[in-house]
Design a protein around this ligand. Sequence first.
Ligand SMILES: [Zn+2]
Length: 294
Amino acid sequence: MRSTLSNRYFIIGIILVILCISVIVFTRLHSSTPPVTQTEPAQLEPQHVVIGKSLQGRTIDAYSYGTGATHLLFVGGIHGGYEWNSVLLAYTFMDYLEANPDTIPKNITVTIIPAANPDGVYAVTNKEGRFVVSDVSTSSTILASGRFNAHTVDLNRNFDCKWQPQSTWQTKIVSAGATAFSEPESIALKSFTTRVHQDAVIFWHSQSNAIYASQCLHGILPTTLDIMNAYSKASKYSSNTSFDAYSTTGAADDWLASINIPAITVELQTHNSIEWERNLSGIKALFDYFDQKK
Ligand SMILES: [Zn+2]
């Protein structure tokens, strides 16, 4: 008796389910209103290229946005974790472009290399790839050593402009590598910038609260002066035609000057702030400059 009853309930249940499905299908088929489709906000996907690998095997990544003929390259973290804020600034810029694709003028392609010295970043954050502020070591010894690559080479002394095996950082002597471009991280930047022509390159460093023009043996390129002044005026970092605090050799931006690529170094005000609004103003000034130049 009990099993007969439950069989009946089961059959009634099945009938009800079939009825419900039929009603839903019928309503869908004969509905005059089109189905509502969810529209995602337009998010720009970058073109991602691995431009090389670090000594410890980490990828050095480049992310490109837009398809314009004028190419602008922004590089963070050539001094690794010691200047981790320059890496976070680059990631913030990527987030901004992905959420605000209309910012990029039609004639411009923006490429961002957020971490040119990933081993140096890892030394300070202990994190592969993207990190947050709380990952950053507060030990001054670890922070300082994060400036170099895994050969203890200062990569921004390893480029082929007035290169010498030893160079300076503040009052210290630093290794500039066995030769110019002895380090895989420097080679990655060199091969990318010679393979994909760049109309200007901006390096983010910290902490001088200033912008410096590049030059090698033939003075400052006119476009370098223009973009330094444009970025400076918009961002309120002071503009400087030379870096006089101490003598440097083998700098990446100076090497670019030697092959006629305009380049500037933007030094953030501190080692732990990204000064986003100031830099966004500077970036937009560069966009305006190259948009009007087309
Ligand atoms: Zn630096």
